[in-house]
Design a protein around this ligand. Structure first.
Ligand code: CP
Ligand code: NVA
Length: 346
């Protein structure tokens, strides 16, 4: 009997397309303009709150352009010879792989570091070492303040790969997904209703800010005590005055989801909150995205999740694997957004 380890793999699926890049089209590539776009060059990318609407739309546009021309090897010039540090205080699948693959596809490379920052040596000293060798620092941290410290001391751009306050790369990938799924023109999200159900955490904070800045209506349902960050909520309300976005906060999932074009959820227990798991599961029990809740949204609403999902908690299998789910489209778009951020700031 053949060992299962040596089982014949299934045939290559029909329609398989090689991911090989096409030869350079000297001077004719639609990507050439990215090389000379210097608006954001050298800036840190610490959160949605630090950027204006025009800058955020530029990142989204570049992400869409890179995605549409992903086989054009002009891309390999955008980080040529550059190296990005990938510092992780917490686990990751999407953020780690998309930054690493993104750097390779842009002609650069990355170095993975997995340690709590500030333990073996201080965060300022880490920053002042890394910037002597490398061209950028991406960090996933427990405390947002660690990012601020890195950015204060490093002479190279620092990118937020998730903090307790924001997950900005995720929010950009999510709005690229909404744009594609709802066929939105010119990044005009006016009239689109995004509903978020669950914990007012880092993902909710960034989504709320980006929605407000892009003019997208945003309603969030969360238990009292689990609302988005109060300062960022005020910032979002201020932005909404200019863009016309309607922002609402409620404790009723059905109220938040009523008439939604997109229904979003994230884990009830973020990384680092594992000791609150039992209590949180009780508190968030009625905030599950399931078929019954989805009936309150528009019939063609999309379902979104940043992943990883805790199936059976914040989202059911039926919804996550159902026809309205775009969770893997979101995951794919993380790659294109990371590449846009790298191309524009590094
Ligand atoms: N969504 C997200 O950031 O996934 P990872 O935690 O796997 O990076
Ligand atoms: N809110 C989650 C997002 C994971 C991508 C966390 O911080 O763990």
């Amino acid at each position: 009997m053949v060992s299962t380890m040596y089982k014949k793999p299934p045939a290559t699926p029909q329609g398989f397309k090689s991911q090989r890049m096409s030869p350079p089209q000297q001077g004719r590539s639609p990507l050439a303009k990215i090389l000379v776009e210097d608006t954001l060059r050298g800036k840190d990318f610490l959160g949605i709150g630090y950027f204006n609407c025009g800058e955020l739309k530029l990142i989204l546009e570049v992400a869409a352009l890179l995605k549409a021309n992903k086989f054009d090897d002009t891309q390999t010039l955008f980080a040529k010879g550059q190296t990005l540090a990938l510092c992780f205080e917490k686990p990751s699948l999407r953020t780690k792989v998309t930054f690493e693959a993104g750097m390779i596809q842009l002609g650069g490379s990355s170095i993975f570091l997995e340690d709590k920052l500030g333990v073996r040596e201080s965060v300022p000293d880490i920053a002042r070492n890394l910037d002597r060798w490398l061209d950028g620092i991406m960090a996933r941290v427990f405390e947002h303040n660690t990012l601020i410290l890195l950015a204060d001391y490093a002479q190279v751009p620092v990118i937020n790969g998730l903090s307790d306050l924001e997950h900005p790369c995720q929010a950009l990938a999510d709005f690229l997904t909404i744009k594609e799924q709802k066929d939105i023109k010119d990044w005009n999200f006016k009239g689109i209703n995004l509903a978020y159900v669950g914990d007012g955490n880092n993902v909710a904070n960034s989504l709320m800010l980006l929605a407000a800045k892009l003019g997208c209506n945003f309603s969030i349902a969360c238990p009292s005590g689990y609302k988005p960050d109060a300062t960022l909520w005020e910032m979002a309300l201020e932005e909404a005055k200019h863009t016309g976005a309607k922002l609402t906060i409620t404790e009723s999932p059905t109220q938040a989801v009523a008439g939604a074009d997109a229904v979003y959820t994230d884990t009830w227990v973020s990384m680092g909150q594992e000791d609150e798991m039992a209590e949180r599961i009780k508190i968030f029990g009625s905030f599950q995205v399931n078929d019954a809740l989805l009936k309150f949204a528009k019939p063609d609403a999309i379902v979104m999740h940043c992943l990883p999902a805790h199936r059976g908690q914040e989202i059911t299998d039926a919804v996550m694997d159902g026809p309205q789910s775009v969770v893997f489209e979101q995951a794919e778009n993380r790659l294109h957004v990371q590449k846009a951020v790298i191309s524009l700031i590094m």
